[in-house]
Write a protein that binds this ligand. Structure first.
Ligand code: BEZ
Length: 211
């Protein structure tokens, strides 16, 4: 069965462009993002990997490590890295896993045979400090991902893991959030001293509590 939210992210050892890693140990105590791409020396993947390199500081600010994967080997990844820098202006600054035997791809269900028998699809797994899967996204090979959206979800995941709130449609960091339905109005007054606005009894907006 496919990995689901709340499952423990499978641990593995692998060779990467930064040397061998043991995944859980590499993650440490922070957040992690494991993302797959279909193949090296391909156009969409080149743009994606450059973009993730550009966003390195944004991930670091969120105490989040990123690691990529494809079913090509590390020698190929290292050679492609030169093109990525050349084409996007951003040198690879995070590891890429070589997974030519599909060891990690199979553990995480990254090959979808009815889409393509051999290549990995564009999967994203956000993993929390407890090593549980917090988010999964799957895009087809033909569609590059929006990594600003992945940062936005990360902001929501980190906020909602610390406070009894949820984030409404199209929310961005700094905007009002909604109070969880498990918190009644009396408790909400205590927990959210900035106050709240009840649009419906179950829809109560409050300023982002950590701002
Ligand atoms: C790409 O990155 O452009 C790509 C890779 C595999 C299949 C289709 C597109």
């Amino acid at each position: 069965m496919a990995l689901q939210l709340g499952d423990t992210a499978p641990d593995f050892t692998a060779d990467t462009t930064d040397g061998p890693i043991s995944f859980h140990e590499w993650l440490g105590d922070g957040w992690g993002i494991l993302f797959s791409h279909p193949a090296d020396f391909t156009p969409v993947c080149t743009t994606e990997l450059g973009e993730v390199a550009r966003l390195k500081d944004e991930f670091a600010k969120r105490n989040t490590k990123v690691i990529g994967l494809s079913v090509d080997d590390v020698t190929s990844h290292k050679s492609w890295a030169k093109d990525i820098e050349d084409a996007t202006g951003h040198a690879l600054n995070y590891p890429l896993i070589g997974d030519e035997e599909h060891k990690v791809a199979d553990l995480y269900g990254m090959v979808h045979p009815n889409a393509d028998n051999t290549l990995t699809v564009r999967s994203v797994f956000i993993i929390g400090p407890d090593k549980k899967v917090k988010l999964t996204i799957t895009y087809p090979a033909s569609t590059g991902r929006n990594f600003e959206e992945i940062l936005r979800v990360l902001d929501s995941l980190q906020l909602t893991s610390d406070y009894s709130v949820a984030t409404p449609v199209n929310w961005h960091d700094g905007e009002d959030v909604v109070i969880g339905t498990s918190v009644d109005d009396e408790a909400a007054k205590e927990k959210f001293p900035k106050g709240f606005k009840a649009v419906k009894p179950y829809l109560r907006f409050t300023p982002q509590p950590n701002r």
